[in-house]
Design a protein around this ligand. Sequence first.
Ligand code: ATP
Ligand code: NCN
Length: 299
Amino acid sequence: MLSITYTQDAHDALQSSVTPALVLGMEAQTKTRVVLLACGSFNPITNLHLRMFELARDHLEDTGQYRVVKGIISAVGDAYKKKGLIEACHRLEMARLSTENSDWITVDSWESSQPEWLETAKVVRHHYEELHTAEQYNDDVDTVKYAKKRRMQEDSFEGASEHKRRGNTHLMLLCGADVLESFGIPNLWKQEDIAEILGRYGLVCITRSGSDPYKFIHQSDMLWKYRKNIHVVHEWVTNEISATHVRRALRRGRSVRYLLPDSVVDYIQEHGLYTAESEQKNADVVLAPFQRYTSTSSS
Ligand SMILES: Nc1ncnc2c1ncn2[C@@H]1O[C@H](COP(=O)(O)OP(=O)(O)OP(=O)(O)O)[C@@H](O)[C@H]1O
Ligand SMILES: O=C(O)c1ccc[n+]([C@@H]2O[C@H](COP(=O)([O-])O)[C@@H](O)[C@H]2O)c1
């Protein structure tokens, strides 16, 4: 009969072969890769918009189940017709400037370059398709800088890249609690879109002071049904920076430094953005999601 003796030598050999890189590679193989997509006006982008990504990544990775590989900022197009919404080209440029130093948060112009306003479900669908096309052709889903860093950790583990080829990356919508609560505003979101976003993709929701996402989920049958796909991230360091507040301060000639990245503050000054006049833009126009209902009912 064959007997195997586990000697001290064998133990030492095993220990020395389990390198930190190997452990990281093995972990990478078992975790679900996630891309976070944040949709909004970003009028202008603030430090809190950027913090949302960091908070969401920490939260998801802390569960031990996910590895967040990329963040995408997608700004609404001009056809959204929100009051005070300045041109998408400026909003995008400010978002680009503010993510220059991030190795994982990117800005995508597809949504804002569409002539019509698009429902968020369509934007999510577009990015999901892009993601899986990239995976099919074995392209890196991660940003170049981030992929390089991660690959250095993973490549020492044979099989990690094979795992990537299997198309395991999930796309989740990232938003603040006000957006989750806006799901309850009559005629704003289509019910089937909410079901698609929550049921097929999933949502990461950052708390904002004055909002109670847990209560909101509890009180809505639709949200309760999909509660397992809603990741609520509690932000303990509450900060009420909002784009509305920033625009108001700018109109009044007040400083907004340290609420926005310096490069964005400089860009606003250089281009003379956010005036009393720009705040009146779309003042008499119905927000695009509501126009959809009025035009349907009149046709
Ligand atoms: N302070 C904040 N805490 C958590 N989430 C935030 C915060 N500010 C913005 N967000 C989230 O960022 C996303 C994009 O925000 P968006 O620019 O559309 O709104 P906003 O900053 O609230 O702007 P506005 O004041 O013009 O309504 C949304 O999901 C919003 O909930
Ligand atoms: O898809 C919808 O029906 C829908 C309805 C209302 C708002 N949204 C999106 O939600 C985001 C909210 O932005 P904001 O600035 O109005 O808070 C923005 O990206 C909109 O396109 C989407």
